[in-house]
Ligand binder design. Structure first.
Ligand SMILES: *Cc1c(COP(=O)(O)O)cnc(C)c1O
Ligand SMILES: [Zn+2]
Length: 418
C-alpha cells in the first residue's frame, strides 16, 4: 500500500483520493484508478463539523453543502450555473393511484440543463480549473453532454463532448447549441467510453467522468443532502434511483450515511432500491442472480440515458442495496412509457425515460411485495421529458382533430380525460 500525502491546495475537508478496494491513498490530482490494484478511487475526507444552521445560511443551490464536497471553500462567489435545490414534490395523487401511503418525487428536471448531471459537472469543473485544464470533455449518454457543454460555455472553457450517434435529437440539439465540440460516435456508450479513456491518456483534458470521476461522482451526494434537508432534516424510509453506471444510487446512500455520522439527521434505517430498463439491465440481472460481478450487456432500450452496458459502479450499487435490504428490478420499454404517463397525469411532472423507469419500477416493486406500501418513499426523477419526446409521441397525441366548428366540438368531446 502506498501512502502518498496530498500536496494540492486545501480542498475543504477532502485530503486524498483513496482506493475503494485496497485503501491506498493518492494526492488530489486527476487520477481515477489505483496503481496497486486498478480499483476505483474515491475522495476521502478528514472528520469535519458542520451545523444545519451553517448549511441553511448558504447559497440557494447545491453549494450550500460545499463543506461536504471536494471543492475549495468560497461557494458564495462561484460563477457557474448554480445547480441544485430542486423541488421535492409530495406526490399524493401518484401515491393514491398506486395504493401507497407516502411518496415524494425529487424533481431534478429543474436543474439548469434539466437533469441531475449539472450537479456532478459543477464539482468536476471546479476541480478541472484547480488542476489547470482549459478543455473539459466527457463520454455521455446525453444529459452529461448538455451539462458539460453549458457549464463550459459559462466558465469560458473549451468543451469536447463524445456521444453515441443514435442519441435522441432532443439531446443532440441541446448540446450543440452551446457551440463547443460535439463528436458523434458510430457505436454505443461503452464504445464511446473506451475511446474517451484512450483520448484522456493522450490529451491534457479534464474528462469529467474519466480522469475527474472521483470529484464528479461526489456531486451526486447533493441529491441526498437536499432530500434530507427538504424533509426537515430527516431520512425517508426508502428511495428509488435509476441506475446507469450505478454512481448516483451509491452516492445518495453515501450522503445519508454522512449526514447521520455528522449528526445532521437522526439515525434511521432506510432501504435503497435500483431501477433499470430491461433492455439494459446488467445490475438488475446480477442482483437477481445473487452475483457480485456484473456481466456486460449490449443495450437496447428507449431509456438511452441509462444505456450503460458495462456499469463501473454496478457492484457498489448492489452492495448498497443488499446492505439496506432493498432490491433492484427492471421494466420493459412499454412500462417505461406507462411510468412517464402515470407521473404526468397524476402529478403534472413530465419526466424523461429515466424517470419513467423509476416510476414503473416502483410500481413493480409494490406489486411484487418488495417494497412496503406504508413506507415513505422518494422517487428520483433525474431528467426532463422534453428531451425524450419520441418515447411518448406515439401514445400522447391530440384527443381528436376537428374543423373549427362548434358542432364538431360538441359531437366529439366526451367530458372524460384521455
Ligand atoms: C446519467 C443519468 C442517470 C444515472 O447515472 P449514474 O450515476 O451513471 O447511474 C440517471 N438518470 C439520468 C437522466 C441520467 O442522465
Ligand atoms: Zn487499490
Amino acid at each position: 500500500m502506498t501512502a502518498q500525502t496530498a500536496t494540492s491546495p486545501a480542498l475543504g475537508a477532502a485530503y486524498a483520493l483513496k482506493c475503494r478496494e485496497c485503501a491506498a491513498e493518492y494526492p488530489l490530482d486527476a487520477s481515477y484508478a489505483c496503481l496497486e490494484c486498478f480499483g476505483p478511487l474515491e475522495v476521502a475526507y478528514e472528520p469535519t463539523v458542520v451545523t444545519r444552521e451553517q448549511i441553511e445560511a448558504g447559497p440557494w443551490s447545491m453549494w450550500r453543502y460545499e463543506s461536504l464536497l471536494p471543492v475549495v471553500p468560497g461557494a458564495g462567489s462561484r460563477p457557474g450555473l448554480q445547480p441544485g435545490l430542486t423541488k421535492l414534490v409530495k406526490a399524493d395523487n401518484l401515491a393514491a393511484a398506486l395504493g401507497a401511503r407516502s411518496v415524494w418525487v425529487k424533481d431534478d428536471s429543474g436543474n439548469p440543463t434539466h437533469s441531475f448531471k449539472d450537479r456532478v459537472v459543477a464539482v468536476a469543473l471546479e476541480n478541472a480549473r484547480r488542476l489547470g485544464y482549459d478543455t473539459i470533455a466527457c463520454a455521455s449518454t446525453g444529459n452529461l453532454a448538455n451539462a458539460v457543454a453549458a457549464a463550459a460555455a459559462r466558465a469560458g472553457l473549451k468543451s469536447v463532448v463524445f456521444v453515441p450517434s443514435n442519441l435522441e435529437a432532443g439531446k443532440i440539439v441541446t448540446t450543440a447549441v452551446y457551440k463547443g465540440t460535439l463528436v458523434a460516435i458510430e457505436g454505443n456508450y461503452d464504445d464511446v467510453n473506451r475511446l474517451c479513456s484512450e483520448i484522456a491518456a493522450n490529451r491534457h483534458w479534464g474528462f469529467v467522468n474519466v480522469n475527474l470521476r472521483p470529484y464528479y461522482a461526489e456531486g451526486s451526494k447533493t441529491v441526498g443532502f437536499e432530500i434530507a434537508e427538504q424533509l426537515g432534516w430527516r431520512l425517508p424510509d426508502a428511495y428509488v434511483s435509476p441506475v446507469a453506471s450505478g454512481s448516483l444510487l451509491t452516492k445518495v446512500d453515501k450522503a445519508f450515511r454522512e449526514l447521520t455520522k455528522l449528526g445532521l439527521v437522526d439515525e434511521h434505517e432506510y432501504q435503497v432500491f435500483g431501477a433499470q430498463a430491461t433492455g439494459c439491465s446488467p445490475v438488475s440481472r446480477a442482483f437477481q442472480d445473487g452475483l457480485d460481478i456484473i456481466r456486460p450487456v449490449k443495450p437496447d432500450t428507449i431509456a438511452k440515458s441509462l444505456a450503460i452496458g458495462n456499469p463501473a459502479d454496478g457492484p457498489y450499487a448492489i452492495d448498497a442495496v443488499r446492505r439496506t435490504n432493498g432490491a433492484i428490478a427492471d421494466v420493459s420499454d412499454e412500462e417505461v412509457v406507462e411510468g412517464i404517463e402515470l407521473l404526468a397525469r397524476t402529478e403534472g411532472i413530465f419526466a424523461e425515460t429515466a424517470g419513467g423507469v423509476v416510476v414503473a419500477t416502483y410500481r413493480k416493486l409494490l406489486k411484487e411485495g418488495l417494497i412496503d406500501p406504508g413506507a415513505e418513499v422518494v422517487l428520483l426523477n433525474t431528467g426532463d421529458g422534453l428531451k425524450t419526446l419520441d418515447a411518448v409521441a406515439p401514445t400522447s397525441q391530440p384527443t381528436f382533430t376537428i374543423s373549427p366548428s362548434y358542432d364538431d366540438f360538441e359531437n366529439n368531446y366526451t367530458g372524460e380525460n384521455a
